[in-house]
Design a protein around this ligand. Structure first.
Ligand code: ADP
Length: 160
């Protein structure tokens, strides 16, 4: 059974993330989408809110599990019996960091493969930070985030 992990901050989930989730789900038997809880990174949404958003967007796909973890990714995949880690790539800027992470993870555990999935060109410009910035200024984010989570995100950035 091919079990894969798609890790990220998902602060919040965007249509770019969901595109990678759906395409990964099509090529593996079981996909875990996990929120990486990083105390050093400031986030707009709590882990609970990010899990709730991921659940809403993935509940119609059988074989997708939503979870969270903190600490070393390689320890988490070992615990879960996962051997594939999926990363999305938008641009060269993503590549440099992800390349280093993939090599470090291979060093720590050679049995785990990192697979890179190219962004859908429709979403190559899209990031969680862009969504937060637009929402904070009261802009329309409906083309950037899945409809299931739109209102939840908008409510986080109240306009007075
Ligand atoms: P962000 O950079 O948006 O804060 P995350 O840490 O939540 O992203 O990203 C999790 C993973 O999803 C990373 O591998 C990242 O490269 C990938 N990703 C994020 N946005 C996109 C997108 N628009 N297209 C493809 N991959 C993406």
């Amino acid at each position: 059974m091919r079990k894969a992990l798609y890790p990220g901050s998902f602060d919040p989930i965007t249509k770019g993330h969901l595109d990678i989730i759906v395409r990964s789900h099509a090529i593996v038997d079981h996909l875990t989408v996990a929120v990486l809880e990083n105390p050093r990174k400031q986030s707009a949404f709590t882990v609970g809110e990010r899990l709730e958003m991921l659940k809403r967007c993935t509940e119609k796909y059988p074989g997708i599990e939503v979870d969270y973890f903190s600490g070393l990714l390689i320890e988490y995949v070992k615990r879960k019996g996962i051997s594939i880690v999926i990363k999305g790539l938008r641009a060269i800027s993503d590549f440099e960091f992800e390349f280093q992470m993939a090599l470090v993870n291979r060093k720590l555990n050679p049995d785990v493969e990192t697979l890179f999935m190219m962004t859908n060109s429709k979403y190559s410009y899209l990031s969680s930070s862009i969504v937060k910035e637009i929402a904070d200024f009261g802009g329309d984010i409906s083309s950037l985030v899945p409809p299931e989570v739109h209102d939840l995100i908008v409510r986080k950035f109240p306009r007075d």
